[in-house]
Ligand binder design. Structure first.
Ligand SMILES: *Cc1c(COP(=O)(O)O)cnc(C)c1O
Length: 366
């Protein structure tokens, strides 16, 4: 018997989700965002599974190199581009497409003509994080200047631009702040050579803002079957959860009314009941801030978390006449108790939970 947590990754669900996303934006090309180890699902396996993706996007160059070394032949985008000459050389060697967000990167390009590369230009339309802006300020150069500078470098091929929404996941952001429309308008109004492709939509915008689809869409969280919206689950968008995090019941014990369970005595039994102890905790990446009543699925029945999450164990109220035995599987998230719901009970977002599983959780591809 093993009591360790296992993450089952459903490759069919992954491709189902890709199809659902394609149906939202049939004419666009798809840049599958697989940064952060494919949101915790496994970089290489996910990329190999998503054969119909037109391209992949990662944050770190090490991930891009790992993809090439694993034989991935689609285009690979570096969302933050290269950070120094060594990385520029790597981008050139492995044929990676670098997103440029700062003039230091143009300086590097201009002083290293021996490294030919393809680049996109990143435009800040309101995220306030990375990218060039429409008009230059003291610190940031205007897009037009950048395009012109790149045009002077024979070894640099500028083929596209991208921008990123700050709050596309807030369904009423437009009504209350107008921010999405404003970002979109700024991106549309920036004058760029017609030959450059454009890209703006993350998952939330793919599902809600059709006029932001442009040439390339950039789905991340939806590939994994998870919704970015507070008020909708992935299932409600037609998606299937890709990850199922499972462990086992390692003990069952009776608890009397008014007895407490776990660290700090956070949970008090409201009546005589039984507690199932499950072999998973924050040492696996299960959120320590999960509150009492966070749903745990055992034998297709939802039970409430009872008591504080420990490093290696969680405790669940399975009732006075339990239908659970030692060795039964307990699903911490997956269909039936979606990651979105668990995240809400832990005051975080599903993105964080799926990314931060620890290395002791084994991934099994099915
Ligand atoms: C992470 C990321 C995405 C994907 O966002 P989701 O909300 O997961 O769909 C798209 N574009 C950029 C620039 C990103 O950093």
């Amino acid at each position: 018997m093993t009591s360790a947590a296992v993450a089952y990754i459903d490759q069919q669900a992954l491709n189902h989700n890709l199809e659902i996303i394609k149906a939202q934006a049939a004419k666009q090309r798809i840049m599958a965002v697989i940064k952060a180890d494919a949101y915790g699902h496994g970089l290489i396996e996910v990329a190999k599974s998503l054969q119909k993706a037109d391209a992949f996007a990662v944050a770190h160059i090490e991930e891009a190199v790992a993809l090439r070394e694993a034989g991935i032949s689609q285009s690979i985008f570096l969302l933050q581009g290269f950070a120094n000459t060594k990385e520029l050389e790597t981008a050139s060697t492995f044929g990676l497409i670098s997103c440029l967000h700062d003039t230091f990167q143009l300086d590097l390009l201009e002083s290293n003509p021996e490294y030919p590369v393809e680049v996109w230009i990143k435009i800040d339309t309101g995220m306030g994080r990375l990218g060039f802006i429409e008009r230059s300020s003291r610190k940031v150069s205007a897009v037009a200047e950048i395009v012109q500078r790149l045009g002077n470098s024979q070894h640099v091929r500028l083929t596209g631009s991208m921008s990123h929404f700050a709050q596309a996941d807030l369904p009423d952001a437009d009504q209350t702040t107008g921010k999405n429309t404003e970002q979109l308008r700024r991106y549309q109004q920036i004058s760029l050579p017609d030959t450059l492709t454009r890209s703006m939509a993350n998952t939330a915008a793919i599902f809600t803002q059709e006029d932001s689809h442009f040439d390339w869409i950039r789905p991340g969280i939806s590939l994994y079957g998870v919704s970015p919206f507070h008020d909708k689950t992935g299932a409600e968008l037609g998606l299937k959860p890709v990850m199922r995090l499972v462990s086992e019941v390692i003990a069952i014990k009776p608890v009397k009314k008014n007895e407490t369970v776990g660290y700090g005595g956070r949970w008090t039994a409201p009546n005589d009941t039984h507690i199932a102890v499950i072999g998973a905790g924050y040492g696996d990446g299960y959120p320590r801030h999960a509150e009492d009543s966070t749903p745990i699925l055992i034998n297709d029945h939802v039970y409430p978390l009872a008591g504080r999450v420990s490093m290696d164990m969680i405790t669940v109220d399975i009732g006075p006449t339990p239908a659970v035995k030692i060795g039964d599987k307990a699903q911490l998230w997956g269909a039936g108790n979606p990651l979105e719901t668990v995240a809400r009970h832990a005051a975080t977002i599903p993105y964080e939970l799926s990314c931060r599983m620890t290395s002791r959780v084994k991934r099994v591809y099915v």
